[in-house]
Write a protein that binds this ligand. Structure first.
Ligand code: FES
Length: 160
């Protein structure tokens, strides 16, 4: 089961100003623990990121990621344990391969591979978690809104 935490999103940005909406799929054992540690240490990171708690990155299917993009998410982090440290042995290795395939698809359809990134943490790597979150927010901010956003699709179809 995948659970969503943290309600603050880019929807809270001042009216009229676009802010990237980012999802971080965090595995339970390391990435989520690193995010939790960052929170409990009161480390600041952008509110643009919605964390989705997942048992292991190996459980994240292509459709979860592609659905999120289709619903208007601008960027996604897949965050798992360090290589060799997955609690389901090879879940993070499968996730890395899957992420690579999806990045290729995103490039082919003109969305851009840079909007999806796989990262690995130990439970103690709260500062690295914060850095990676800041990096993807900045990367996506530079790219602009996803062309798959419903509003972008309407504009390209000539709808008001
Ligand atoms: Fe963390 Fe598998 S349990 S990536």
């Amino acid at each position: 089961m995948i659970q969503t935490h943290r309600k603050e999103t880019a929807d809270t940005a001042p009216a009229g100003r676009w802010e990237p909406q980012i999802i971080a799929f965090c595995c339970n054992y390391c990435a989520y623990a690193a995010a939790d540690l960052a929170g409990s240490k009161r480390m600041q990171y952008p509110v643009n990121v919605r964390i989705i708690h997942t048992p292991c990155t190996g459980k994240i299917e292509m459709e979860h990621i592609l659905d999120a993009f289709e619903k208007g998410i601008d960027g996604i982090l897949v965050a798992g344990c360090l290589e060799g440290g997955c609690h389901f042995l090879e879940g993070n290795l499968r996730a890395r391969k899957r992420t690579g395939r999806i990045r290729d698809i995103l490039d082919e359809i003109g969305v851009g591979a840079e909007r999806l990134k796989m990262v690995n943490f130990s439970a103690a790597m709260a500062p690295t978690f914060v850095e990676r979150v800041q990096e993807i927010v900045e990367t996506v901010r530079a790219l602009g809104p996803s062309p798959l956003r419903p509003s972008a699709k309407k504009e390209s179809a000539g709808e008001p």
